[in-house]
Write a protein that binds this ligand. Structure first.
Ligand SMILES: Nc1ncnc2c1ncn2[C@@H]1O[C@H](COP(=O)(O)OP(=O)(O)OP(=O)(O)O)[C@@H](O)[C@H]1O
Ligand SMILES: [Mg+2]
Length: 250
């Protein structure tokens, strides 16, 4: 079966630094793939390349078998690639519902048609409310995003991406800065939406308990290169990974 995502020889240089260096990987439909690696390993840069926020300096990216390397981030979003950011990226002065509605309309129109036709507003609001319900945020719909606790802001960001009804969802450290309780709740939510919506998910995560709990497969980046790719059991047992990451982290 054609992988949902395929990277071939993907690279991104910043001056002399190769932040992502010759990465080739394939992610199957419905898979939950964790991307791990030490700080500065290139995880976020890889997500920027896949979502189209950054252009690669070499290599190709295919989505459902179609080469998307030359497409912009909004174009890739319309095809079915959505993402969240490592640093929470919501509009603090807008309500929770408005944040999600904008995400829906960004996908539909590719621009901020906040005051679009009534049909557009109703359809996008319906989808936004449905996504908020899936993330357990319905009762916060009218609150200003800025007033949400950190954990709920992280969930709001996932709601914004989910409302775009992606096939491939990229989550960059969704549990960063969360309490153990909020982390557990977020993990449960991710597992549920992945199953219910048959999503393919790429997840950057530093918490190894979360990784080994959630992931079907794990890819390990180290200085921009993919040093291992396997099941959680294989990764746990991999000596290179131990040396590069697991051993050094604690
Ligand atoms: N826009 C940029 N300009 C120059 N260097 C950059 C830029 N973005 C990232 N880098 C560098 O590329 C390397 C990879 O960074 P990246 O943010 O992808 O790592 P990461 O694995 O996400 O790290 P972390 O776990 O800390 O989030 C780092 O050395 C970083 O300093
Ligand atoms: Mg990062």
């Amino acid at each position: 079966m054609t992988p949902v995502l395929e990277a071939r020889g993907l690279g991104r240089a910043f001056g002399a630094l190769l932040a992502v260096n010759d990465v080739s990987m394939a992610v199957a439909s419905g898979e939950l793939r964790a991307v791990i690696g030490p700080n500065g390993a290139g995880k976020t840069t890889l997500f920027h390349l896949i979502s189209g926020l950054l252009a690669p300096t070499r290599g190709r990216i295919a989505f459902r078998g179609e080469d998307v390397t030359a497409l912009s981030a909004p174009e890739r979003c319309r095809l079915g690639i959505s993402r969240t950011f490592q640093i929470t990226s919501v509009f603090p002065e807008l309500s929770v519902l408005e944040n999600v509605r904008i995400a829906v309309q960004l996908k539909a129109g590719g621009n901020f048609r906040l005051l679009g036709g009534r049909g557009l507003i109703q359809a996008s609001e319906r989808r936004a409310r449905e996504s908020l319900a899936a993330l357990g945020l319905s009762d916060r719909a009218d609150a200003l995003a800025a007033t949400l606790p950190h954990g709920d802001q992280r969930l709001l960001e996932i709601a914004m991406a989910v409302a775009q009804e992606p096939e491939l969802l990229l989550l960059d450290e969704p549990t960063q800065g969360l309490s153990p309780e909020d982390t557990a709740a977020t993990v449960a939510v991710i597992r549920r939406i992945a199953r219910e919506r048959q999503l393919t998910i790429l997840l950057v995560e530093h918490d190894m308990d979360v990784v080994f709990d959630l992931a079907d497969r794990v890819s390990v980046l180290h200085f921009g290169q993919l040093i291992a790719d396997g099941t959680p059991e294989e990764i746990r047992a991999n000596a290179d990974v131990q040396k590069a990451y697991l051993g050094g982290a604690d």
